[in-house]
Design a protein around this ligand. Sequence first.
Ligand SMILES: Cc1cc2nc3c(=O)[nH]c(=O)nc-3n(C[C@H](O)[C@H](O)[C@H](O)COP(=O)(O)OP(=O)(O)OC[C@H]3O[C@@H](n4cnc5c(N)ncnc54)[C@H](O)[C@@H]3O)c2cc1C
Length: 389
Amino acid sequence: MSTLTRLDLLALDDDLAEDDRLLRDTVRKFAGDRLRPHIRQWFEDGTLPARELAQEFGALGVLGMHLEGYGCQGATASQYALVCAEVEAVDSGLRSLVSVQGSLAMYSIHAYGSEEQKQRWLPGMARGELIGCFGLTEPDSGSDPGSMRTNAKRDGDDWILSGSKMWITNGSLADVAVVWARTDDGIRGFLLERGMKGFTTQDVHHKISLRASVTSELVFDDVRVPEANRLPLAQGLRAPLGSLTEARFGIISGVTGAARDALAATVDYATTRTQFGKPIAGFQLTQKKFADMAVTLQQMQLTARRLGELKDAGRIKPHQISVGKFANVRGALEICREARSVLGGSGITTEYPVLRHAVNLETVYTYEGTHEVHTLVLGSAITGIDAFR
Ligand SMILES: Cc1cc2nc3c(=O)[nH]c(=O)nc-3n(C[C@H](O)[C@H](O)[C@H](O)COP(=O)(O)OP(=O)(O)OC[C@H]3O[C@@H](n4cnc5c(N)ncnc54)[C@H](O)[C@@H]3O)c2cc1C
């Protein structure tokens, strides 16, 4: 029996529909053949062939796969969730590439864009030939995006955009940046194209988390943006928050992949590593750790599955997404930290995926709403009292 099968204590796999199993196995094979053999190197080097990978993800049909039309697959949310788990089982940075493209950039254009904008960008983005990014966070505006300073002023048929965005995934790669800016009429979304005069990017270096991902600063120095590049249906902060709700859904399932991979690698190690004359998996203290980790993982997978059902039924609410991000990212981090201890000294290198997953999850804990912000969302849902300020 494989380690993954043994870890599926509640036999969740048995209930996968045939189509879903086929999709899951196809993406798992792609991840195993194409991504896993290189991930250590990409992580250590802090670079990855992102354009090439985007096209391969596009050929696999997973970019914006849960959107309808414009070259997208129209898959279910539950299918998208399965894909996120398989990609993040290799690395959270790779899942970020997929989910920023599909859930943040493409979703924003799909939900808030004009017909012309959708026709122009979405088919190429679904193929991975065009890359998108999503610029909401700024150097002085993170958890409180309503305090953003980037602004757009009307000038005839154009807008003049100035300011900057920080920590933007895929930023320097992007052919199109979905940028949120303050206007006299409230917050609005704009599509900034690579090469527009005054629009520059600079990558963030020296990261020790999410190294297999491009993270950039975007700078707007009086960029002239035509009115045709404004997202007509995006009005107010609700629009970017709607896109974030989409992307957080992918994270909830994605992190089950990272945790599963860390745990499986650790079980395999512990059954072959011998100390005091027997495999370390045979010690009760180690088994207690495995019981805790495996049960946490199954609870995370159940949470992800339930949220997939709610989303597919069109009934999911933002605070339910917060339940998932709160529980699953915390659970994944706990699993990776505990698993690292079972590996002993071997756990601190990239030979095993465990600590790489753990340091990646530090980013996932913070981006798309910090753990504390989701705690406050839950507090508000439970008590009816907002405690954000
Ligand atoms: C690798 C990486 C990739 C990213 N990609 C993107 C991207 O593609 N697009 C994008 O727009 N952003 C992106 N982000 C930014 C990310 O979303 C922000 O880092 C996040 O929202 C937190 O903002 P901040 O870092 O400014 O922290 P802050 O908001 O300054 O928070 C610092 C601490 O204060 C806490 N805090 C803040 N307010 C409260 C409160 N009211 N009550 C209690 N505690 C509070 C926070 O929870 C946190 O612990 C990325 C970040 C990283 C690290």
